[in-house]
Design a binder for this molecule. Structure first.
Ligand code: ADE
Length: 231
């Protein structure tokens, strides 16, 4: 898989993309992640990528030219080098479709995606109409830019690519993978002064019984904490 992130703040992605599961997935060749500085594509001599809104009002709007040229350059490069096209061109915006685990799973099965990080007040509507294939929000709150959103999406997408996590079952056991929360988890020691004991069933050695208990605990936890998921 290939993920191209377009941003005005490429420095923000530094360590995040090279560490842990994301770093290892790239080393293993499961995913290529490229971060592009939108300012490298502007024709403005002051490297500006935004301008005032028509009709007045507060905030600056990202202009068409740098975004259109950047996306066109990436599309051309992908076509020339690999004979491929982008499956999705995603824009991060609070008024987009809610990002969920099923969406992360779905996006992880694609070959090439672009994530355009929104900034300032947003982008010119004509870019959304003409170039963007999917608009994604990570929740009903407003961040200063889409960089954290792109980072979160990339993490959630890459961890479910087969092979990204050592134990292939681990990603499938994550919260939300079955539409419910994960069960409580424990590690050694089985008994810790002042913290009590691990539930005895986990020490019984019968995987079937343990899975049943975990499912029942997961359902209980979901009923208690996120009843909306069971509707
Ligand atoms: N940009 C700013 N806030 C955002 C959000 N909640 N989701 C996606 N993109 C955003």
């Amino acid at each position: 898989m290939r993920i191209d992130i377009i941003t005005v703040l490429p420095e923000l992605f530094g360590g995040f993309l090279t560490e842990s599961i994301l770093g290892r997935a790239q080393q293993k060749g499961l995913v290529e992640i490229h971060v592009h500085n939108l300012r490298d594509y502007t024709k403005d001599k002051h490297r500006r990528v935004d301008d005032y809104p028509f009709g007045g009002g507060s905030g600056m709007i990202m202009q068409i030219q740098p975004i259109a040229d950047c996306i066109a350059a990436l599309q051309q490069q992908l076509k020339e080098e690999r004979g491929e096209v982008y499956d999705e061109i995603i824009f991060t915006t609070p008024d987009g479709e809610q990002f969920t685990q099923p969406m992360a799973n779905e996006l992880s099965s694609l070959k090439n995606i672009i994530i355009l990080c929104g900034h300032y007040k947003g982008i010119d509507q004509r870019v959304r109409d003409k170039l963007i294939t999917r608009e994604v929000s990570i929740g009903d709150f407003v961040l200063s830019g889409g960089e954290l959103v792109a980072a979160m999406m990339t993490d959630a997408i890459v961890r479910v690519i087969p092979g990204a996590i050592g134990d292939s079952q681990a990603a499938l056991d994550d919260c939300f993978q079955d539409g419910i929360l994960a069960p409580p988890i424990y590690t050694r020691p089985a008994s810790y002064p002042g913290f009590g004991d691990v539930p005895e069933i986990l020490l019984c050695g019968d995987p079937k019984k343990i899975r049943e208990w975990e499912l029942q605990q997961a359902m209980e936890r979901t009923r208690l904490l996120r009843p909306d998921l069971l509707k």
